[in-house]
Design a binder for this molecule. Sequence first.
Ligand code: HEC
Length: 287
Amino acid sequence: MKRFRVLIFGLAFAGAAQAADYKSGEPPAISRDVLAKADYVKGRAAFQARCSACHTVGEGVDLAGPNLHGMFKRQVGTKPEFEFSPTLKGAKFKWTPGRLAAWLADPQNYLPDNNMMIPEPVPEKDRINMISFIMVESGAADWPRPVIANANAATDTSKPYSERYPSFWNHMMYNTVRYAFERPGQSEYVVDVYYNADGTVSSNQKGVDGFWHIKEGGPGPAMFCYALQGFDVEPGVMVECIPIAAMSIPRFNERLWKSKGYKDQVINGGILPGRPNQTQPAEKKAG
Ligand code: HEC
């Protein structure tokens, strides 16, 4: 898998560099009582917003990052079936809450040259709550999971999409979707589109726009549905629904899925990291 290295830590987070390399000593321990009394709901929200795009924590699958279930029982970088960086494979210690805090405060300083690229360190106010949540869900807590009404935030329809589907949201609202229409005997027609938070769609191609919405509440999984128009290929429109879950994993590749368009036309869909700052705003539509 291709990994994108974002070298931001040297610039923006030089101030956070007091977080030490693990070799330079043991980070402060966090007491069991502090963890047991932490706010599980806040920890869960922080995990969903910052980690769930790449990690499951209950018994589950590896995404871009390894499944974290049982992580406190194993040595760093030893989760079977996951391809870790040489750094994590070579770090010979077991995770503790204190070490996890040091890692989340500044992953690139704590274990230099690792493959985990997060846009910003976990803020101090979220760290204990998040670690407590991870301990409960990964099977490391010796205290019970708190009983919470409405345990599944995703079904709370009073919340905005950004909170109910944070991984989907972060992936689709900040990156570029590229469609390549195959044209027999000709080069592909390639167009980049940007799904916007207000439900509109803009593009790098003049005249291409559209809208999107989330379809949920039916018997099937929640779907991300969109309609696009203005393409320079017949018939110039495209309507498609894809499960939210499939759009929540941050995978970057020009060819992630294939769609069948008009008259068996093949359209390759893919996602590229980021988007230009200045996109051509879609025309405002009435209503
Ligand atoms: C963009 C994807 C991504 C995000 C977001 C992310 N991680 Fe990771 N994480 C990874 C990758 C990739 C690795 C493996 C790193 C390596 O091998 O160098 C990893 C490794 C880890 C490990 C080490 C696991 C082990 O078995 O040793 C822990 C713990 C971890 N991540 C926790 C977190 C937490 C908590 C968050 C949320 C703040 C988070 N990660 C956010 C991709 C991510």
